[in-house]
Design a protein around this ligand. Structure first.
Ligand code: DGJ
Length: 703
């Protein structure tokens, strides 16, 4: 006999409530939104949501379950698509067990006829709903799985806007805003990495929602490979968000007894605007056990060699750069691409992870010793998933790459992808990196990944993109376990692999290859919706940006980089005295404010066109930094005042202009003053006439 199942399960955060109903044996979200009072009767929510018969529609209508299934007669996209050689394709799993302790809940449903078991795990962690779906093949034949979505969440009809994040190399995390339409809004990523163009995150909002006002729902899929994210809107007024890994044909086949778990969905809701969603996501990331390692010391300021020397390595030059870097305040020196055997350009060497002794005749030890003698840590670049055909590794193991017989590989930076789905490949790569980390004093790895998986076929002839991503996770996990003190950066031609899946085993994301400070402000703004500053690699680049050709002042470059995990990536030998002094002063300011920047609450401001404005406020409201950048000339002589946010309304703040060191414009506020939080937030600050490409940074301290 089946035990009596609860009709409703409720999970709460401080500001959010989720209610799941179980009517008809289908677990379905009845309410997900701002916190409801404890005495809200779930049955009253069901009554509020009850709908009469719609014309030309089934009645009662099919509930929108956590996994909508074809066997339920669900008219939209299914949360599970699986079959046994064409049979058993329409599952109808119904609830058998429900567990909940108020913080987490589990729903188990079984379809004995079709051999399907579905388990939904939901947890309210802080203000973030963390949810995954597990499918088990309880039949007696192989089950081919075409898709398995993370738990599906409903959307209310009063939230019509879809805010997406898209981009390209050197211009990631650009925001788009569209109105939902009937049918599907779908983004699919088949690049084999998280991708530059299809970031697996989105926000659904009311039409009037801004950074600090209005209802907003945020979603992110923690997965670093192929994925599909969809928003479906029905002509009966309902809507949903569905996120899933995207298997290639035949890629997932479960033997009897085998299970498959979807990537984790992270979801947040707020009626205080989009900025508040970021607080939920940032706090969730900061509370993770794996984040605590970042708190053992301040995040070191990086110096990265890439844009200074590219492949043109010479130990004496790099040592000199190290000396210059330490002099302006760097705390870590990262030797980028070009140090290993045969790597004199991007046509050769990937896969051969031994030091190029034609360049480094005594290995890396002299450089590392020099770097450490200057008080800096040493970091090293690797691209472990890749191999150049011109490499010893490829010559020895040409069969180790992902490949599709009869289909020519695409030219893509002269490199191919090793099949991390294969145990011997993973073992080799782990051993090689383990040896490097055991030989040298290395505190930091930059794990790069510079091509799509365009031909992700494994040695068995089957698609292997998912296995590759899982293999990358496994190698990273092994490295973390073997070398727990080593920090790892996730880089994929800039920000092509930024997601919570990779961040479970890495400590920083290289946000973008563009160090153009103006472009970076938009890139970092988009990125900041899901990731906090201490995970955001942000470098001071050359005076003329190598990507855009734009010339920007050192003051602006510093002002932009200091609000992330700061670093620099330029030939410091070329700086004149004034720029060196500005850079050193900016790094010093970053270090003074680092605890606030890396621990406070991000406050993005809705600013007039042409101005980028944001800040960071200590969680107790006692201190804040705000950065206001003039991106273009304002339409009027003076742009509209900037209203700050996130401050303590009643408090009196001492305001100080902390950047730039010398303001070229006249501004009464430049000498500071005392202002109430309410005045700063309601009257706003009138900026002086600044040239486009100028930023001011204000520090506020509660008196
Ligand atoms: C791409 C990265 O995004 C760059 O920062 C640099 O590491 C190059 N790869 C090196 O090849």
């Amino acid at each position: 006999m089946t035990a009596l199942l609860p009709s409703y399960v409720r999970l709460d955060g401080n500001a959010v409530t989720l209610v799941v109903a179980t009517a008809g044996g289908i677990p379905a979200v009845l309410y997900w939104g701002p916190r409801l009072s404890d005495d809200t009767d779930p049955a009253s929510l069901a009554l509020l949501a009850a709908r009469a018969e719609a014309p030309a529609s089934p009645f009662p209508e099919v509930p929108l379950g956590l996994t909508p299934q074809a066997g339920q007669g669900w008219p939209g996209r299914p949360g599970l698509a699986a079959h046994r050689d064409g049979l058993g394709w329409a599952s109808l799993a119904t609830l058998t067990h429900v567990f909940s302790d108020g913080q987490r809940a589990q729903f188990e449903a079984v379809d004995a006829l079709n051999g399907i078991k579905l388990v939904h795990d939901l947890a309210m962690e802080g203000e973030v709903l963390v949810a995954r779906t597990t499918l088990t093949n309880i039949g007696d034949s192989v089950l081919t799985v075409e898709s398995l979505a993370a738990p599906v969440l409903p959307l209310p009809g009063f939230a019509p806007d879809i805010i997406g994040f898209e981009g390209r190399w050197a211009n990631e995390f650009q925001m788009t805003r569209q109105v939902r339409h009937m049918g599907n809004w779908v983004r699919e990523n088949r690049r084999g990495r998280t991708s530059h163009d299809v970031f697996p995150g989105l926000i659904i909002a009311e039409a009037a929602t801004t950074e600090h006002h209005g209802l907003a729902f945020g979603f992110h899929l923690g997965w670093s490979g192929n994925h599909r994210i969809a928003v479906e809107s029905f002509n009966d007024g309902r809507g949903l968000v569905m996120m899933e890994a995207l298997p290639l044909p035949g890629e997932i086949r479960l033997a009897p007894g085998e299970s498959l778990t979807s990537p984790v969905l992270y979801a947040a809701v707020s009626n205080l605007g989009m900025n508040s969603l970021s607080h939920a996501f940032h706090r969730w990331l900061r509370a993770r056990p794996e984040h605590q390692r970042l708190r053992t010391k301040p995040r070191p300021v990086n110096y990265n060699s890439w844009e200074a020397v590219y492949f043109n390595h010479a130990p004496a030059v790099l040592m000199d750069l190290g000396t210059h870097a330490a002099a302006v305040g760097a705390e870590r020196f990262v030797l980028d691409d070009g140090w290993f055997k045969g790597r004199r350009n991007d046509r050769a060497g990937l896969g051969d992870w031994s030091v190029d002794t034609s360049v480094y005749s005594q290995g890396l030890a002299p450089l590392i010793t020099h770097v450490e003698s200057l008080g800096m840590e040493f970091g090293l670049w690797l691209e472990p998933e890749m191999v150049n055909p011109d490499s010893d590794l490829f010559r020895a193991h040409p069969d180790w790459v992902l490949d599709i017989p009869g289909a020519p590989q695409l030219g893509f930076r002269h490199q191919l992808v090793l099949d991390f789905g294969r145990a011997e490949v993973r073992a080799h790569i782990f051993d090689v990196i383990d040896a490097i980390l055991s030989t040298y004093s290395i505190a930091y790895l930059k794990w790069d990944m510079n091509r799509d998986l365009s031909h992700p076929g494994g040695a068995d002839g089957r698609a292997g993109a998912i296995a590759h991503t899982q293999g990358v996770y496994e190698v990273l996990d092994r490295l973390r376990a073997a070398h727990p003190h080593v920090e790892i950066e996730s880089c994929a031609s800039g920000g092509g692999r930024a997601d919570y899946g990779i961040l479970a085993r890495t400590d920083r994301v290289w946000t973008s290859d563009s160090n153009d400070a103006i472009d970076r402000l938009a890139i970092q703004r988009g990125f900041s919706h899901f990731f906090p500053a201490e995970l955001m690699g942000s470098h001071v680049g050359p005076g003329t940006c190598h990507i855009t050709g734009r010339k920007l002042s050192m003051a602006l470059r510093v002002a932009t980089a200091m609000f992330g995990h700061m670093g620099m990536e330029l030939d410091l030998r070329e700086l004149d005295a004034a720029d060196s002094e500005t850079l050193a002063a900016g790094i010093a300011l970053h270090k003074r404010q680092r605890a606030l920047i890396h621990g406070g609450d991000l406050v993005r401001l809705d600013a007039p066109d042409g101005i980028n404005a944001f800040g960071v406020v200590a969680s107790d409201g006692a201190e804040a930094l705000f950065s206001l950048t003039m991106m273009t000339e304002p339409r009027t002589s003076f742009a509209a005042p900037i209203r700050l946010a996130g401050l303590d309304t009643a408090a009196l703040y001492a305001l100080e202009l902390v950047w730039p060191q010398r303001l070229g414009a006249s501004w009464p506020m430049a000498t500071g003053g005392r202002f109430t939080g309410a005045a700063l937030m309601q009257a706003g600050i009138q900026l002086p006439r600044l040239w486009p490409g100028s930023a001011v940074i204000l520090h506020l301290k509660r008196r």
